[in-house]
Design a binder for this molecule. Structure first.
Ligand code: XMP
Length: 509
């Protein structure tokens, strides 16, 4: 059992970020709805509670709120932004609409006698985003930070262990924001910090062992980070009671199928690779409409998986790579979540199994990667960028042929190699080549060419819901372009995609 801190979600856009920051401080936390009852909270016995921000005004009737009894539990509470205003509102303070809203980086002064700011500078930048402000803090509270426009940028009632911050300590733009959260966790909540991936690996392996017993486990392995880490963890827990089915649809990146196989060859698991490239290509013949391609691949994937699973016979458990953001997004851990991605969605209807194992269910993506390292998974699997289930099929505009797949694999491999050589592979969150259906005239030696245009896409993003195009230096782009047109046949023009998402998407199809 780990120490627990609860993040009560009042609808803020940074709820997951708060939870991640807390875990980065080695304290386990879970995001719960603000509707969670006081009794449930009591039963969880958290070391601390954090209220998130939210878009509402506390003084409106239908705004999310919570019973004031939460402050009577003797458990430390930290309110952030809306959460801070709510704390003031519920403890007899006053929240008013400001004449001037504060937004963005703001000079702030701190009282370093407060435990929140212990050991930190008395001035710094905080990230503000609010229209309402606390004009008078609640009974027994004193302001412990202020800005030019905000008299209560932070407040405390030390005796009752109640604290508030009007700004967002969880975002990078707040100087020492994480250190302030750490102070709350360690100085106020007296946490010891028992959350680490090595601990987690140990307990998760034990839990899987106990749940699975002598049963058989089946996993659809895609070679992506989540399913690879899952395979590693399960293999340590149940060894060859696990069968991984890796459906290679022939639309992976260059050498990727072999890399996935090589990574698991020496592990104590049953590894089945199905080379279904030709089968997928024949289904996709002359299909150029993106949604149709996706649908065909999704259906074919399930069919191939089902055939292989039947050969294995009945299994006891189906392993799922569900991770914590999926759980939060589906309503904070109610029902079992099955990802809607084509590579796992729908499987439970097709495969005969008794129960699901989801040992990554509590982890954020960065924790999944750390766990992978802890379990001894190869770096190139752990740091793999996201790759869509339908693979290169949605990076070849229009109809797909084996020749086009090979052209794209070669060009994409050069792009990735050069980005890594330039040391940019961890800064650009996703980057890939796209084979467009456009052909244009060029000149090669003394000859006219009439070949494909290749598009390069590189994006920076935190959540893949929005993205900016990566500012890859021109000289790196020049080298990539030069190598691709010289080394890959059938490409005579290269363009770099400079659109953000929205209005574009990250993928082209
Ligand atoms: P878009 O193109 O919608 O992509 O901006 C957002 C992120 O999702 C990935 N993506 C997929 N991942 N199955 C997946 O597992 C899919 O069908 C799929 N389509 C897009 C995309 O690569 C990007 O990271």
């Amino acid at each position: 059992m780990h120490e627990l801190v609860i993040v009560l979600d009042f609808g803020g856009q940074y709820n997951q970020l708060i939870a991640r920051r807390v875990r980065e401080c080695n304290v386990y936390c879970e995001v719960k709805s603000y509707k969670t009852s006081i009794d449930e909270i009591k039963a969880m016995a958290p070391k601390g509670i954090i209220f998130t921000g939210g878009p509402n005004s506390v003084y409106l009737d239908d705004s999310p709120t919570i019973s004031g009894d939460i402050f009577e539990l003797g458990i430390p509470v930290l309110g952030i932004c809306y959460g801070c205003q709510l704390m003031a509102h519920l403890t007899g303070g006053k929240v008013s609409s400001a004449h001037k809203s504060e937004y963005g980086k703001t000079e702030t002064e701190f009282n370093t006698d407060s435990l929140l700011f212990k050991g930190l500078p008395d001035k710094g930048i905080t990230w503000m985003s609010h229209t309402d402000y606390i004009s008078s803090p609640g009974e027994g509270f004193i302001p412990v930070a202020h800005t030019a426009d905000c008299p209560v940028a932070a407040m405390e009632n030390r005796e009752r262990k109640l604290y508030g911050m009007q700004y967002h300590p969880e975002v990078m733009h707040t100087d020492n924001g994480k250190a302030m959260l750490r102070n709350f966790l360690y100085e106020v909540c007296q946490c010891r910090g028992d959350w680490s991936m090595s601990n987690y690996a140990r307990t998760a392996i034990e839990q899987v062992k106990e749940k699975v017993g002598k049963g058989k486990v089946l996993l659809a392995l895609s070679g992506g980070v989540d399913s690879s880490v899952l395979a590693a963890l399960l293999s340590k827990a149940v060894g060859n009671q696990l069968t991984c089915i890796f459906v290679d649809h022939g639309l992976m990146r260059k050498n990727e199928g072999d890399e996935v196989e090589a990574a698991f060859k020496d592990w104590d698991v049953n590894f089945v690779r199905v080379n279904a490239g030709e089968r997928f290509l024949s289904k996709l013949k002359d299909v150029s409409e993106p949604e149709k391609k996706r649908k065909i691949i999704g259906e074919e994937f399930i069919r191939v998986f089902e055939e292989e699973a039947k050969k294995i016979g009945a299994v006891d458990f189906l392993a799922q790579g569900t991770i914590y953001p999926d759980v939060i997004e589906s309503g904070a851990g109610d029902a079992a979540v099955i990802k809607s991605h084509h590579n796992v969605g729908g499987l439970p209807d097709y495969v005969d199994f008794k129960d699901i194992v989801e040992p990554l269910r509590l982890l954020f993506k960065d924790e999944v990667r750390q766990l992978g390292i802890e379990l001894g998974l190869a770096d190139y699997l752990v740091w793999r960028q996201p790759f869509p289930g339908p693979g290169l099929a949605i990076r070849i505009i229009g109809d797909i042929t084996q020749e086009k797949v090979s052209i794209l694999q070669d060009a994409d491999a050069i792009f990735r190699e050069e980005i890594a050589l330039a040391g940019l592979d961890r800064d650009i969150h996703q980057y890939f080549a796209v084979l467009t259906s456009m052909r244009s005239v060029g000149v090669m030696g003394d000859f006219r060419t009439y070949d494909y245009t290749l598009a390069l896409r590189g994006v920076t993003t935190t959540d893949f819901m929005t993205a900016d195009f990566a500012r890859i230096p021109y000289d790196v782009l020049a080298k990539i372009s030069n190598r691709i047109v010289n080394e890959v046949k059938s490409i005579n023009r290269i363009v770099y995609d400079i659109t953000t998402k929205p209005p574009s998407t990250i993928e082209f199809e």
